[in-house]
Design a protein around this ligand. Structure first.
Ligand code: COA
Length: 331
Protein backbone atom coordinates (compact mmCIF):
# COMPACT_ATOMS: atom_id res chain seq x y z
CA UNK A 1 0.00 0.00 0.00
CA UNK A 2 1.40 3.37 -0.97
CA UNK A 3 0.01 6.67 0.12
CA UNK A 4 1.10 9.99 -1.19
CA UNK A 5 -1.83 11.87 0.29
CA UNK A 6 -0.65 13.98 3.16
CA UNK A 7 -2.19 13.25 6.53
CA UNK A 8 -2.51 16.56 8.29
CA UNK A 9 -1.80 15.18 11.73
CA UNK A 10 0.98 15.97 14.13
CA UNK A 11 2.68 14.16 16.94
CA UNK A 12 1.61 16.28 19.87
CA UNK A 13 3.50 14.25 22.45
CA UNK A 14 5.91 11.34 22.76
CA UNK A 15 6.73 9.11 25.71
CA UNK A 16 8.69 5.99 26.46
CA UNK A 17 9.47 3.60 29.25
CA UNK A 18 12.23 1.07 29.81
CA UNK A 19 11.95 -1.43 32.66
CA UNK A 20 14.68 -1.17 35.30
CA UNK A 21 16.44 -4.53 35.04
CA UNK A 22 19.43 -4.57 32.70
CA UNK A 23 20.48 -7.82 30.99
CA UNK A 24 24.04 -7.27 29.77
CA UNK A 25 26.09 -9.28 27.33
CA UNK A 26 28.17 -10.38 30.32
CA UNK A 27 24.99 -11.78 31.91
CA UNK A 28 24.21 -13.69 28.70
CA UNK A 29 27.72 -15.16 28.72
CA UNK A 30 26.64 -16.92 31.92
CA UNK A 31 23.47 -18.29 30.29
CA UNK A 32 24.51 -19.50 26.80
CA UNK A 33 27.69 -20.18 24.83
CA UNK A 34 28.29 -16.63 23.60
CA UNK A 35 30.57 -13.67 24.23
CA UNK A 36 30.27 -9.93 24.62
CA UNK A 37 32.66 -9.61 21.67
CA UNK A 38 30.50 -11.73 19.34
CA UNK A 39 27.24 -10.01 20.28
CA UNK A 40 28.65 -6.49 20.04
CA UNK A 41 30.38 -7.12 16.72
CA UNK A 42 27.53 -9.04 15.06
CA UNK A 43 24.58 -6.98 16.38
CA UNK A 44 25.74 -3.75 18.07
CA UNK A 45 23.84 -4.71 21.23
CA UNK A 46 25.53 -4.31 24.62
CA UNK A 47 22.55 -4.56 26.93
CA UNK A 48 18.78 -4.77 26.91
CA UNK A 49 16.03 -4.25 29.52
CA UNK A 50 13.87 -6.98 31.00
CA UNK A 51 10.46 -6.45 32.61
CA UNK A 52 10.04 -7.40 36.26
CA UNK A 53 8.13 -10.61 36.95
CA UNK A 54 5.14 -8.56 38.04
CA UNK A 55 5.16 -6.41 34.88
CA UNK A 56 3.30 -7.27 31.67
CA UNK A 57 3.11 -5.41 28.36
CA UNK A 58 0.22 -3.18 29.47
CA UNK A 59 2.17 -2.01 32.54
CA UNK A 60 5.02 -0.75 30.36
CA UNK A 61 2.52 0.72 27.87
CA UNK A 62 0.70 2.72 30.56
CA UNK A 63 3.89 4.47 31.75
CA UNK A 64 4.89 5.39 28.19
CA UNK A 65 1.34 6.57 27.46
CA UNK A 66 1.23 8.79 30.57
CA UNK A 67 4.49 10.43 29.50
CA UNK A 68 3.19 11.04 25.97
CA UNK A 69 -0.13 12.45 27.25
CA UNK A 70 1.69 14.77 29.67
CA UNK A 71 3.84 16.12 26.84
CA UNK A 72 0.78 16.59 24.64
CA UNK A 73 -1.14 18.25 27.47
CA UNK A 74 -4.03 15.85 26.90
CA UNK A 75 -5.96 14.39 29.81
CA UNK A 76 -6.84 10.67 29.67
CA UNK A 77 -10.56 11.56 29.69
CA UNK A 78 -10.09 13.34 26.36
CA UNK A 79 -8.30 10.49 24.56
CA UNK A 80 -10.59 9.22 21.79
CA UNK A 81 -8.65 6.20 20.45
CA UNK A 82 -6.01 3.91 21.93
CA UNK A 83 -4.18 1.68 19.49
CA UNK A 84 -1.75 -0.70 21.17
CA UNK A 85 0.64 -2.34 18.76
CA UNK A 86 2.22 -5.45 20.24
CA UNK A 87 3.03 -9.06 19.41
CA UNK A 88 3.39 -9.87 23.11
CA UNK A 89 -0.02 -8.93 24.55
CA UNK A 90 -0.95 -9.53 28.19
CA UNK A 91 -3.61 -12.01 27.03
CA UNK A 92 -4.84 -13.46 23.73
CA UNK A 93 -7.89 -11.42 24.62
CA UNK A 94 -9.05 -8.96 25.86
CA UNK A 95 -6.97 -6.52 23.85
CA UNK A 96 -4.06 -4.94 25.71
CA UNK A 97 -5.52 -1.56 24.68
CA UNK A 98 -8.53 -2.26 26.91
CA UNK A 99 -6.23 -2.86 29.88
CA UNK A 100 -4.34 0.34 29.10
CA UNK A 101 -7.61 2.26 28.76
CA UNK A 102 -8.80 1.30 32.22
CA UNK A 103 -5.39 1.87 33.85
CA UNK A 104 -5.23 5.37 32.32
CA UNK A 105 -8.85 6.18 33.07
CA UNK A 106 -9.39 6.95 29.38
CA UNK A 107 -13.05 6.02 29.61
CA UNK A 108 -14.07 7.77 26.39
CA UNK A 109 -11.53 6.07 24.14
CA UNK A 110 -12.00 3.42 21.48
CA UNK A 111 -9.40 0.78 22.49
CA UNK A 112 -8.02 -1.87 20.16
CA UNK A 113 -4.83 -3.77 19.35
CA UNK A 114 -2.94 -3.96 16.09
CA UNK A 115 -0.40 -6.73 15.51
CA UNK A 116 2.30 -6.25 12.92
CA UNK A 117 5.38 -7.34 14.91
CA UNK A 118 8.22 -4.84 14.48
CA UNK A 119 6.16 -2.72 12.04
CA UNK A 120 3.34 -2.32 14.54
CA UNK A 121 4.05 1.25 15.59
CA UNK A 122 4.48 2.53 12.04
CA UNK A 123 1.23 0.83 10.92
CA UNK A 124 -0.45 2.15 14.08
CA UNK A 125 0.62 5.72 13.33
CA UNK A 126 -0.80 5.44 9.82
CA UNK A 127 -4.05 4.06 11.17
CA UNK A 128 -4.30 6.59 14.01
CA UNK A 129 -3.57 9.36 11.51
CA UNK A 130 -6.32 8.09 9.22
CA UNK A 131 -8.85 8.02 12.10
CA UNK A 132 -8.07 11.63 12.97
CA UNK A 133 -8.01 12.92 9.39
CA UNK A 134 -11.28 11.13 8.59
CA UNK A 135 -12.85 12.80 11.60
CA UNK A 136 -13.66 9.48 13.28
CA UNK A 137 -11.76 10.65 16.36
CA UNK A 138 -10.20 13.94 17.45
CA UNK A 139 -6.97 12.26 18.51
CA UNK A 140 -5.29 8.87 18.79
CA UNK A 141 -2.88 7.48 21.34
CA UNK A 142 -0.63 5.01 19.51
CA UNK A 143 1.50 2.76 21.70
CA UNK A 144 4.18 0.21 20.78
CA UNK A 145 4.82 -2.05 23.76
CA UNK A 146 6.50 -5.43 24.16
CA UNK A 147 7.67 -7.93 26.73
CA UNK A 148 9.60 -10.08 24.27
CA UNK A 149 11.61 -11.63 27.11
CA UNK A 150 8.52 -13.74 27.95
CA UNK A 151 8.67 -15.38 24.52
CA UNK A 152 12.45 -15.69 24.21
CA UNK A 153 14.20 -19.02 24.59
CA UNK A 154 17.18 -18.25 26.83
CA UNK A 155 18.83 -21.52 25.78
CA UNK A 156 18.96 -20.44 22.09
CA UNK A 157 22.01 -18.23 21.58
CA UNK A 158 20.96 -17.35 18.03
CA UNK A 159 17.92 -15.41 19.24
CA UNK A 160 18.14 -14.71 22.99
CA UNK A 161 20.84 -12.08 22.60
CA UNK A 162 18.63 -9.84 20.49
CA UNK A 163 15.48 -8.91 22.34
CA UNK A 164 14.47 -6.50 25.10
CA UNK A 165 11.31 -5.16 26.76
CA UNK A 166 10.07 -1.56 26.44
CA UNK A 167 7.20 0.73 25.47
CA UNK A 168 6.87 3.93 23.50
CA UNK A 169 3.85 6.08 22.72
CA UNK A 170 2.73 8.99 20.58
CA UNK A 171 -0.33 11.24 20.74
CA UNK A 172 -1.64 12.18 17.31
CA UNK A 173 -3.85 15.22 16.84
CA UNK A 174 -4.97 17.30 13.90
CA UNK A 175 -2.12 19.58 12.80
CA UNK A 176 -1.98 22.96 14.42
CA UNK A 177 1.52 23.77 13.19
CA UNK A 178 3.80 22.31 10.55
CA UNK A 179 3.52 18.67 11.62
CA UNK A 180 2.25 16.19 9.03
CA UNK A 181 2.64 12.71 7.63
CA UNK A 182 3.99 13.40 4.16
CA UNK A 183 4.31 9.93 2.71
CA UNK A 184 3.95 6.38 3.80
CA UNK A 185 4.39 3.00 2.20
CA UNK A 186 3.48 -0.23 3.95
CA UNK A 187 3.44 -3.83 2.84
CA UNK A 188 3.96 -7.45 3.72
CA UNK A 189 4.57 -10.95 2.39
CA UNK A 190 2.82 -13.68 4.36
CA UNK A 191 4.53 -16.39 2.32
CA UNK A 192 7.67 -15.66 4.39
CA UNK A 193 5.85 -16.19 7.71
CA UNK A 194 8.26 -18.92 8.82
CA UNK A 195 11.22 -16.53 8.99
CA UNK A 196 10.17 -15.20 12.35
CA UNK A 197 7.33 -16.60 14.41
CA UNK A 198 6.00 -18.04 17.63
CA UNK A 199 4.56 -21.33 16.33
CA UNK A 200 2.74 -22.53 19.46
CA UNK A 201 0.03 -21.17 21.73
CA UNK A 202 -2.41 -19.94 19.07
CA UNK A 203 -5.33 -21.72 17.36
CA UNK A 204 -3.03 -23.49 14.84
CA UNK A 205 -1.09 -25.22 17.62
CA UNK A 206 -2.87 -24.66 20.93
CA UNK A 207 -0.81 -25.10 24.07
CA UNK A 208 -0.28 -28.72 25.13
CA UNK A 209 2.43 -30.45 27.15
CA UNK A 210 3.99 -31.31 23.80
CA UNK A 211 4.13 -27.73 22.51
CA UNK A 212 5.69 -26.64 25.79
CA UNK A 213 8.22 -29.51 25.75
CA UNK A 214 9.13 -28.51 22.17
CA UNK A 215 9.51 -24.86 23.24
CA UNK A 216 6.99 -23.92 20.53
CA UNK A 217 5.77 -21.04 22.68
CA UNK A 218 9.11 -19.26 22.11
CA UNK A 219 10.19 -17.13 19.16
CA UNK A 220 11.78 -18.99 16.26
CA UNK A 221 14.06 -16.92 14.11
CA UNK A 222 15.90 -17.55 10.86
CA UNK A 223 18.27 -14.68 11.58
CA UNK A 224 20.48 -14.81 8.51
CA UNK A 225 17.53 -14.77 6.10
CA UNK A 226 15.71 -12.05 8.08
CA UNK A 227 18.90 -10.02 7.88
CA UNK A 228 19.15 -10.44 4.11
CA UNK A 229 15.46 -9.57 3.52
CA UNK A 230 15.61 -6.56 5.85
CA UNK A 231 18.61 -5.03 4.09
CA UNK A 232 17.04 -5.56 0.69
CA UNK A 233 13.53 -4.29 1.55
CA UNK A 234 14.62 -1.31 3.67
CA UNK A 235 17.04 -0.35 0.91
CA UNK A 236 14.16 -0.35 -1.63
CA UNK A 237 11.96 1.74 0.67
CA UNK A 238 14.73 4.28 1.14
CA UNK A 239 15.37 4.68 -2.58
CA UNK A 240 11.67 5.29 -3.21
CA UNK A 241 11.39 8.22 -0.79
CA UNK A 242 12.96 10.79 -3.15
CA UNK A 243 11.31 9.17 -6.18
CA UNK A 244 7.81 9.35 -4.69
CA UNK A 245 8.02 12.62 -2.77
CA UNK A 246 10.61 14.68 -4.62
CA UNK A 247 12.28 15.21 -1.24
CA UNK A 248 16.01 14.47 -1.21
CA UNK A 249 17.38 12.20 1.48
CA UNK A 250 19.82 15.06 2.20
CA UNK A 251 16.89 17.18 3.40
CA UNK A 252 15.80 14.59 5.94
CA UNK A 253 17.16 15.47 9.36
CA UNK A 254 16.97 12.04 10.93
CA UNK A 255 16.22 8.45 9.96
CA UNK A 256 14.76 6.32 12.70
CA UNK A 257 15.06 2.71 11.63
CA UNK A 258 13.66 -0.21 13.57
CA UNK A 259 16.52 -1.33 15.78
CA UNK A 260 17.18 -4.98 14.94
CA UNK A 261 20.89 -5.04 14.10
CA UNK A 262 23.33 -2.16 13.75
CA UNK A 263 24.84 -3.89 10.70
CA UNK A 264 21.44 -3.71 8.94
CA UNK A 265 21.26 0.03 9.67
CA UNK A 266 24.84 0.65 8.48
CA UNK A 267 24.31 -1.40 5.36
CA UNK A 268 21.17 0.46 4.23
CA UNK A 269 22.82 3.83 4.85
CA UNK A 270 25.88 2.79 2.87
CA UNK A 271 23.79 1.49 -0.06
CA UNK A 272 21.76 4.71 -0.17
CA UNK A 273 24.91 6.84 0.08
CA UNK A 274 23.83 8.60 3.26
CA UNK A 275 26.06 9.18 6.27
CA UNK A 276 25.60 6.61 9.00
CA UNK A 277 25.16 9.40 11.57
CA UNK A 278 21.85 10.31 9.96
CA UNK A 279 20.35 7.13 11.39
CA UNK A 280 19.42 7.18 15.06
CA UNK A 281 20.82 4.18 16.92
CA UNK A 282 20.07 3.10 20.49
CA UNK A 283 20.20 -0.66 19.94
CA UNK A 284 23.38 -0.82 22.04
CA UNK A 285 21.29 0.04 25.14
CA UNK A 286 17.87 -1.46 24.38
CA UNK A 287 18.29 -4.32 21.88
CA UNK A 288 15.41 -5.16 19.57
CA UNK A 289 12.16 -4.11 21.24
CA UNK A 290 9.91 -4.81 18.23
CA UNK A 291 6.91 -2.45 18.13
CA UNK A 292 8.43 -0.28 20.89
CA UNK A 293 11.66 0.29 19.00
CA UNK A 294 10.74 3.27 16.82
CA UNK A 295 8.77 5.33 19.40
CA UNK A 296 11.41 4.98 22.11
CA UNK A 297 14.13 5.99 19.65
CA UNK A 298 12.02 8.94 18.48
CA UNK A 299 11.31 10.04 22.05
CA UNK A 300 15.02 9.86 22.88
CA UNK A 301 15.92 11.85 19.76
CA UNK A 302 13.48 14.60 20.80
CA UNK A 303 14.71 14.59 24.43
CA UNK A 304 18.29 14.98 23.19
CA UNK A 305 17.34 17.79 20.81
CA UNK A 306 18.49 15.74 17.80
CA UNK A 307 14.96 16.00 16.42
CA UNK A 308 13.14 19.31 16.62
CA UNK A 309 9.78 20.71 15.55
CA UNK A 310 9.67 21.27 11.80
CA UNK A 311 12.38 18.67 11.04
CA UNK A 312 11.81 15.95 8.47
CA UNK A 313 12.13 12.49 9.97
CA UNK A 314 11.93 9.15 8.20
CA UNK A 315 10.74 6.03 10.03
CA UNK A 316 11.72 2.64 8.58
CA UNK A 317 10.45 -0.71 9.82
CA UNK A 318 10.83 -4.37 8.98
CA UNK A 319 9.68 -7.42 10.90
CA UNK A 320 7.73 -10.64 11.31
CA UNK A 321 4.95 -11.45 8.90
CA UNK A 322 7.01 -10.46 7.07
CA UNK A 323 6.00 -6.81 7.07
CA UNK A 324 7.68 -3.53 6.18
CA UNK A 325 7.01 0.17 6.07
CA UNK A 326 8.41 3.66 5.62
CA UNK A 327 6.90 6.91 6.82
CA UNK A 328 8.15 10.42 6.12
CA UNK A 329 6.95 12.90 8.71
CA UNK A 330 7.43 16.53 9.47
CA UNK A 331 7.74 16.49 13.27
N1 COA B 1 27.21 -16.18 20.10
C1 COA B 1 28.20 -16.81 19.46
N2 COA B 1 28.05 -17.42 18.26
C2 COA B 1 26.82 -17.37 17.71
C3 COA B 1 25.75 -16.72 18.32
C4 COA B 1 25.98 -16.12 19.56
N3 COA B 1 25.01 -15.47 20.24
N4 COA B 1 24.66 -16.83 17.52
C5 COA B 1 25.04 -17.53 16.45
N5 COA B 1 26.35 -17.86 16.56
C6 COA B 1 27.15 -18.62 15.62
C7 COA B 1 26.30 -19.62 14.86
O1 COA B 1 26.14 -20.80 15.60
C8 COA B 1 27.10 -19.79 13.63
O2 COA B 1 28.14 -20.70 13.90
P1 COA B 1 28.42 -21.91 12.87
O3 COA B 1 28.81 -21.22 11.59
O4 COA B 1 29.52 -22.62 13.56
O5 COA B 1 27.14 -22.64 12.79
C9 COA B 1 27.74 -18.44 13.39
O6 COA B 1 27.68 -17.75 14.64
C10 COA B 1 27.00 -17.62 12.35
O7 COA B 1 25.59 -17.71 12.64
P2 COA B 1 24.52 -16.82 11.88
O8 COA B 1 23.17 -17.14 12.44
O9 COA B 1 24.75 -16.94 10.43
O10 COA B 1 25.01 -15.39 12.39
P3 COA B 1 24.68 -13.98 11.82
O11 COA B 1 25.91 -13.27 11.51
O12 COA B 1 23.60 -14.02 10.78
O13 COA B 1 24.07 -13.26 13.11
C11 COA B 1 21.91 -12.63 13.92
C12 COA B 1 22.89 -13.77 13.70
C13 COA B 1 20.63 -13.17 14.51
C14 COA B 1 22.56 -11.65 14.89
C15 COA B 1 21.64 -11.92 12.57
O14 COA B 1 21.32 -12.87 11.59
C16 COA B 1 20.57 -10.92 12.66
O15 COA B 1 20.74 -9.89 13.29
N6 COA B 1 19.43 -11.14 11.97
C17 COA B 1 18.41 -10.15 11.83
C18 COA B 1 17.83 -9.72 13.14
C19 COA B 1 16.48 -10.28 13.34
O16 COA B 1 16.19 -11.33 12.87
N7 COA B 1 15.64 -9.54 14.07
C20 COA B 1 14.31 -9.93 14.31
C21 COA B 1 13.36 -9.37 13.29
S1 COA B 1 13.41 -7.67 13.10
Amino acid sequence: MKSLCKLTVEIAGLGSHLPERVLSNADLEQMVDTSDGWITKRTGIRERRIAAETEATSDLAVVAARNALAEAGLSPANVEAIIVTTCTPDYLFPATACLVQTALGADNALPYDLEAACCGFLFGLAQGGALVVAGVTENALVIGAETLSRFTDYTDRRSCILFGDAAGAAVLTRSTGTGEIIFCEMGGDGSRQELLMIPGGGSRRPPTHETVDNADHFMKLQGREVFRCAVSKLGELLVRIPQETGISLDDIKLIIPHQSNVRIIRSICERAGIPEEKAYVNIDRVGNTSAASIPIAMDEAVQKGVLQRGDLVLLLAFGGGITWGSMLLRY
